[in-house]
Design a protein around this ligand. Structure first.
Ligand SMILES: Nc1ncnc2c1ncn2[C@@H]1O[C@H](COP(=O)(O)OP(=O)(O)O)[C@@H](O)[C@H]1O
Ligand SMILES: [Mg+2]
Length: 300
């Protein structure tokens, strides 16, 4: 079943068409990477899913129920982390989560249980200082805890990693990974390596439409046939290796590439290198398909 469905959704601001007959499906239990360059309309789409922004036409369903602008009935299924989450800086994390729970009508025992579960999950159980002293990464993690408080079926995160350093990004991705299976996750980003690390499925938003929708398995299949390359220490080694494993293209004095080969082929090549004691500086599958795919789609 699809946790989220957009059918033929359009949205314009004045004369500017931002979303143009967009259709997309997010199956239950997946981590969905919603990719698009700045200004592609990711935030606008998320706001329409939350009923915070009215589509001009089309239909959005969350957990099978239609979303109505200005009404929050379907939001009972959703946890939302906005692109720039705002907090009360004078509060401590547990106090803040408790307030959020109180506002949404959770009883005291449930609030306590969820806060006791969530603070360790986001690595903030020992941070008893006020939120105003938090780093960006800590605020982002607290934002995820807040979004998960009501045990949502669908977690929507708007660029949760974009403003963070590599460690902060990894922490966020690790948290999203822990809810995999229990919660359907849709997160927007323009950082393709984050998508490759945790997503089951991706959609690329371009010119208001989904230019690509693929599962990571489909992408990996393309990837596995995309070939591999070997960086040698010298041309002599290239010549020696080419005698054993022909079909490569010499891109430079030390660089040999094999287009259209699989990971299995690469493993065989590695075996030959080892057996014949030819040393390589680097051997790897060719450029991530997601990046080349994205560049192809957005035409750069
Ligand atoms: N409230 C608004 N009024 C007018 N234009 C808007 C509004 N919100 C967004 N836009 C425009 O819509 C486009 C998509 O914005 P946005 O959804 O924020 O993109 P993204 O999140 O992918 O970076 C941008 O060109 C932006 O300027
Ligand atoms: Mg945005």
């Amino acid at each position: 079943m699809n946790m989220l469905t957009l059918s033929d959704v359009s949205k314009r601001f004045g004369r500017h068409s931002v979303i143009d007959h967009l259709s997309l499906n997010v199956p239950e239990g997946t981590i969905y990477g919603f990719i698009g360059k700045n200004g592609a309309g990711k935030t606008t789409t998320m706001k329409m899913i939350l009923g915070l922004c009215a589509p001009d036409s089309g239909c959005i369903r969350v957990n099978g129920q239609p979303v109505a602008y200005g009404q929050n009935k379907t939001n009972q299924y959703i946890g939302y982390l906005p692109d720039v989450p705002e907090f009360y800086g004078y509060m401590k994390p547990a106090e803040y989560l408790n307030l959020c729970g109180e506002i949404t009508g959770m009883d005291r025992n449930l609030r306590k249980r969820r806060i006791d579960e969530l603070l360790p999950l986001v690595g903030l159980e020992h941070d008893t200082k006020k939120i105003q002293g938090f780093s960006r990464g800590m605020k982002q993690r607290l934002g995820i805890a807040q979004a998960l408080l009501g045990e949502p079926m669908l977690l929507i995160c708007d660029e949760p990693t974009s403003a963070l350093d590599p460690i902060g990004r990894k922490e966020i991705l690790d948290i999203l990974r822990t809810v995999r299976g229990k919660t359907t996750v849709i997160f927007s980003t323009h950082i393709l390596s984050d998508v490759e690390r945790i997503c089951d499925e991706i959609g690329v938003l371009h010119n208001g439409r989904l230019a690509v929708q693929k599962t990571m398995d489909e992408l990996r299949q393309i990837h596995s046939g995309s070939g591999f390359e070997i960086e040698f220490y010298n041309t002599g080694d290239i010549l020696k290796f080419s005698g054993l494993y022909p079909g490569g293209r010499m891109d430079s004095q030390t660089h040999l590439s094999f287009a259209g080969r699989s990971e299995k082929d690469m493993a065989a090549a590695m075996g030959l290198l080892l057996q014949n004691q030819i040393y390589a500086q680097r051997i790897e599958m060719c450029e991530p398909t997601l990046e080349s795919l994205f560049m192809e789609v957005v035409g750069q």
